[in-house]
Design a protein around this ligand. Structure first.
Ligand code: SF4
Length: 267
């Protein structure tokens, strides 16, 4: 199950429909956990999901409530999930990445790379200016060495932006420079064109995405191409809202600051 940590997101990655929404607000820990548990609580016999990924709306590590949510999700007396079945995805919010590996070392981590070149990365992931990728990689080097947990590096492939052979070579080098390169796995994702994202971004061909993965594995890097679902119905995070906003331009940005506690209904 893919879940959200924020309504919108304020970090403005150029390829992201959620970034185009802007940050509306952080979700509370209740709201985050309810995405996972509410169906289980309210529909008799419905099992909890086998795994959960913070890959919906929002930069998970920019929301401090995510730490309480992780505690609830992994507490044996509450959601009771294995921490290893929970994935936190981040574009590199370094201070809270350090906190995450300290407080929840068994949680699976995906760090979005998207370019091995800092100046180029800063153009598509503006957080690079504040927290350079190198800082997050240092944290994950220490984490991999001590926990021996596998770390995932996400690489969104955008045609003529970051899919060249130079990018392939530099990404390979970046992985080989890690303290435990065998524990780093590159997850290649073909760009999905979306309302609100930079209009000049294009998806590479499926063949180019496969070639990129093959190029990494041929150079000794663990890599796979991430399976995509729902591309025909704009089903990725932020896309539905982007389509809604395109049809219903906001008069004034509605910000709901009321916190709505979720009362579990147990069967
Ligand atoms: S990719 Fe993540 S961090 Fe970047 S704008 Fe989208 S939701 Fe925010």
């Amino acid at each position: 199950m893919c879940i959200s940590s924020q309504a919108g997101c304020g970090l403005g990655c150029t390829f992201c429909a959620t970034g185009a929404v802007g940050l509306v607000r952080n979700l509370t820990a209740d709201e985050i956990v309810a995405q996972v548990m509410h169906p289980h609580w309210t529909r008799e016999g419905l099992p909890r999901p086998a795994s959960v990924a913070f890959m919906g709306m929002g930069e998970a590590l920019a929301n401090p409530h995510v730490f309480d949510a992780l505690t609830l999700l992994t507490d044996a007396g509450y959601a009771g999930m294995s921490a290893r079945r929970v994935t936190v995805s981040t574009v590199g919010f370094a201070p809270n990445l350090a906190r995450l590996v300290d407080e929840h070392p068994q949680v699976t981590i995906t760090l979005s790379v998207h370019s091995p070149f800092p100046q180029e990365r800063a153009r598509i992931v503006p957080l690079e200016e504040r927290f350079p990728l190198a800082r997050s990689l240092d944290i994950l080097d220490r984490h991999a060495a001590t926990s021996r947990r596998k770390v995932y590096l996400a690489y969104l492939l955008i045609a003529d932006v970051n899919d060249s052979d130079d990018h392939l070579a530099a990404l390979t080098q970046l992985v080989h420079e890690r303290s435990r390169p065998e524990l780093f796995h590159v997850s290649v994702i073909r760009y999905n064109e979306a309302i609100g994202a930079a209009p000049d971004h294009r998806a590479p061909s499926s063949g180019r995405a496969d070639d990129f993965v093959r190029g990494l594995t041929a150079r000794g890097v663990h890599a796979t191409r991430r399976r995509q679902l729902g591309t025909g119905i704009d089903a990725a995070c932020g896309q539905l809202h982007g389509r809604y906003l395109a049809a219903n331009p906001p008069v004034a940005a509605p910000v709901d600051t009321e916190l709505i506690p979720v009362t579990p209904v147990r069967s």
